[in-house]
Design a binder for this molecule. Sequence first.
Ligand code: NDP
Length: 254
Amino acid sequence: MSTTDKRVAIVTGASRGIGKSIALRLAGNPASPGGGRHVILVSRSAAPLNDLKAQITEAGGTADVLACDVADAKALAQGIEETAERLGRLDILVNNAGITKDGLALRMSDEDWNIVLQTNLTSAFVAIRAAARSMMRGKFGRIVNISSTSGVVGNAGQANYAAAKAGLLGLTKSIARELGGKGITCNAVAPGFITTDMTENLPQQVKDHVLGLMAVKRLGVGEDIAACVAYLTSDESGFITGQTICVDGGMTMC
Ligand code: NDP
């Protein structure tokens, strides 16, 4: 028996940047595709999540806070399972939390390799495994993994990050094949250059270079990614699965 009529969506890395935009979009206007969800806000520290919950509530939406380090597999799985049990349902999972530890591969430490793989890739597998049972029970599920164009075309200085993001694409397709018959879709969104904390400290030279590669002559914003995620998590996107959508202003076109 579920305690809410709304579809329940978990969004990791919701405290800022792209994840915050996704959470606001999913919790927002119920009349728009993918909107009107009860959103579970996940990231490490509770304070920004509580602020976001207040913002969502003030706008007429609903949300809960789950402060959790996604690199801690046990805590993440437990948090998701308890949430699904408490609310009686879990419909949508957006694996967005991610970090960078950039450096040339030949100089990269084991620590920087492992923490990026754990945070950006293993966490998505753990979250999907924890969420899938509830989705199967409800005969409905929408999973979106936030990858990166670095995972699609590679990027010098990001061997760990690109490997994790490419790994998400294989995970996405395998889950799509395993769970498609249960009403569950799984897709990946690969953002290009989006203005957030993750990218704001990059040198202007890099930003100018990236801008030069784009067909749409502007840098992306979180809402560009959120719009795509809203559609992929909506009820009407049920025939799209196993796909990678590059939301990158036409930078890669792959
Ligand atoms: P930000 O650095 O702005 O935000 C990252 C989010 O992830 C924060 O909410 C952070 O919260 C959370 N997070 C990080 N580590 C953990 C952890 N161990 N446990 C729980 N939460 C964690 O990044 P963006 O918004 O820019 O990026 C979001 C996603 O989009 C990432 O997966 C990134 O790789 C991807 N992406 C971003 C691009 C860009 O140009 N910005 C391009 C391509 C992909 P807290 O620190 O409070 O835990």
